[in-house]
Design a protein around this ligand. Sequence first.
Ligand code: ADP
Ligand code: MG
Length: 319
Amino acid sequence: MDEFSFINAIKPKIYNQQTLIKGIGDDAAVFRSTSDIVTTVDTFVEDIHFSLETMEPFHIGYRVLAANISDLAAMGAKPVFYLVSMCIPKKWNQKALEGIYQGMNELALMYQMDLIGGDTVSSDRLMISITAIGYVSKERARYRSHAKPGDIIFTTGTLGDSRAGLEILLHQQKCKDKDYYIKRHRLPEPRAAFALGLREIARVALNDISDGISNEANEIAEASGVELIIIEERIPVSPTFHQFSEEQQYEWKLSGGEDFELLGTVSEEHWPRVQEIAHQENTTIKQIGYVREAEEPRVLIQSQEEIKQLTKSGYTHLK
Ligand code: ADP
Ligand code: MG
């Protein structure tokens, strides 16, 4: 593969962001902003974070950018630019690599996000690292440390679907809504529009669900120094999720990961408005618990039978 012809092929024909001054083609890109700038980077390695057994190049590109957009959304930032660093093994041809960029581009277009640079080197395994840049108004970045006692806890969408989709792809399981679960795994929808819609609300704690709600809820509890109580039967799952075994359902909804939904907390006073905003942005949202003052930060999960502590790894034990 010729690096020059590759870069030429993936270079955007037009840019959408007005704040961009110089895109691909010089030693570095240049943009000019009056907003606060939010940056994030995520790295994905073949056969660790993705595999050609379960994904086409298009899905790989889509999903790696989705993970970055989801991080920006969880900060309340509008996604604007991304840069892609690629380590490419010889066995990958240019057409397959362009497929990865087509996947990224499809998602980027939804947000008018511009590809403004990257780096290309060769290696034994495919590795993709994306740096994404977003804008947020002053005092509107959403931190994990923003939860307060008395808040309600909410989550968008449904949880566990991506993990179910992976299971179906790996074991070619026959099941209901097979295509839906596979799509949730390959083409996740980050909740950027909803997160941006919240801009009028002064305080919201947000975290995106990339590892699983048990991990992300604990991160909020620790950063905010509070106790989160999650009511198990309120955790939203898809209508046909009950077809999977009890153990799978429990594990996948709590620690399945890669759903790229948003977990958040907000005051009871602002909760009705948050629901309205979610509705306007075609995002389903549900209250799943509440925040309490804590002696030590932790997450409890309450079912009809008992209350248990939920650890980061999803392990539960009696209180
Ligand atoms: P330099 O040697 O100055 O780093 P390169 O020849 O590596 O420049 O890259 C030329 C241009 O192409 C730069 O604007 C760079 O950001 C962009 N670029 C290189 N590789 C990629 C890639 N994999 N994806 C997107 N842009 C890339
Ligand atoms: Mg370079």
